[in-house]
Design a protein around this ligand. Structure first.
Ligand SMILES: [Zn+2]
Length: 238
C-alpha cells in the first residue's frame, strides 16, 4: 500500500454513521469518523481518494488570498480593506494615520503585536456595533467579550454574555453586522430554529448574502494559515 502523501486529522463523532473526508478552506484534511472506526479503514479510504484530496487541497490553497502579509511592508485586512503595515519606531504597536504599526523584530513578534492591535480594535468596535443593533433586535447582552476563536465568529451564552473573536474585525462591516445580529437574536431564540432565522431576516433581509461573502472566506482561510486553530504562532490565548 502507498503511504498517504498529505497530513490529516481524524475527528471521531459519536453521532456519525459514515466516514467522510473534508478539506477545510485552509487546505487541511479532516477525516470524520463514526465511533469505533479502525485506523486501517481510515487509511484505506484515504488511499482510495488520494487524487481527489490532493486536488481539493491545491484548489483550497490557490483560493487563499496571498496579498495579505502580517509583516512590515505588507498589507493586512481591517474591516475588509487592505491596510499598510509598518514598524512602530517607539515599540508601541498601534493603528495610526491609516497604517498598522507593529512592534517586534521577528515574524512571531509581528504576529503577536498584530493580534494585540486587532484585539484592542475589536474591544471598541464590537460594542459599538452591538449598541447600534440591540434596540432594533430588542435585546441587549449582559456583557460583550472578545476572544480568539479561529473557527467561530461569535457565540452567545445562556447567561447573556456575547463573545466575539477578534478575527471578525478583519472582515467587511456587512459581515460583522450579520454576526452581531445573529448573536443578538440568540438572546431570544437559543437555537437555530425557523423562528430564529425569521428574526434574523426581519433585521437583515440580505443576511444570506452577508453570511456568504467570498472575501470573508478568503481572509478566514488566510488567517487560519497564519494563525492555526490552537494558535501555535500567536499568543497563548489565540
Ligand atoms: Zn448561532
Amino acid at each position: 500500500m502507498n503511504p498517504i502523501p498529505f497530513d490529516y486529522t481524524i475527528k471521531p463523532n459519536p453521532r456519525r454513521r459514515r466516514m467522510a473526508i473534508c478539506v477545510t478552506p485552509a487546505g487541511e484534511v479532516i477525516v470524520r469518523t463514526p465511533p469505533r472506526t479502525s485506523k486501517k479503514s481510515v487509511t484505506l479510504m484515504l488511499q482510495q481518494n488520494i487524487p481527489w484530496v490532493l486536488d481539493a487541497v491545491s484548489r483550497a490553497q490557490s483560493k487563499i488570498d496571498h496579498q495579505w502579509r502580517w509583516e512590515p511592508g505588507g498589507v493586512m485586512p481591517l474591516l475588509g480593506q487592505p491596510v499598510r503595515v509598518g514598524i512602530a519606531e517607539d515599540g508601541r504597536a498601534r493603528i495610526e494615520n491609516g497604517q498598522i504599526l507593529l512592534s517586534g523584530s521577528s515574524p512571531d513578534e509581528w504576529i503577536q503585536s498584530g493580534v494585540a492591535i486587532y484585539r484592542q480594535f475589536a474591544q471598541k468596535y464590537m460594542p459599538a456595533i452591538v449598541e447600534r443593533f440591540a434596540p432594533v433586535v430588542g435585546n441587549s447582552p449582559a456583557s460583550i467579550a472578545i476572544g480568539g476563536a479561529a473557527t467561530s465568529w461569535g457565540c452567545c451564552k445562556k447567561n447573556g454574555v456575547i463573545r466575539f473573536s477578534w478575527r471578525l474585525v478583519c472582515m467587511e462591516p456587512a459581515f460583522i453586522e450579520y454576526v452581531a445580529v445573529h448573536e443578538l437574536c440568540h438572546l431570544r431564540h437559543f437555537d437555530h430554529s425557523p423562528a430564529f432565522w425569521g428574526e434574523v431576516a426581519k433585521i437583515l433581509p440580505d443576511w444570506k448574502v452577508r453570511k456568504n461573502l467570498p472575501a470573508v472566506a478568503n481572509i478566514a482561510a488566510w488567517l487560519i494559515s497564519v494563525l492555526p486553530v490552537g494558535g501555535r504562532k500567536g499568543s497563548r490565548n489565540d
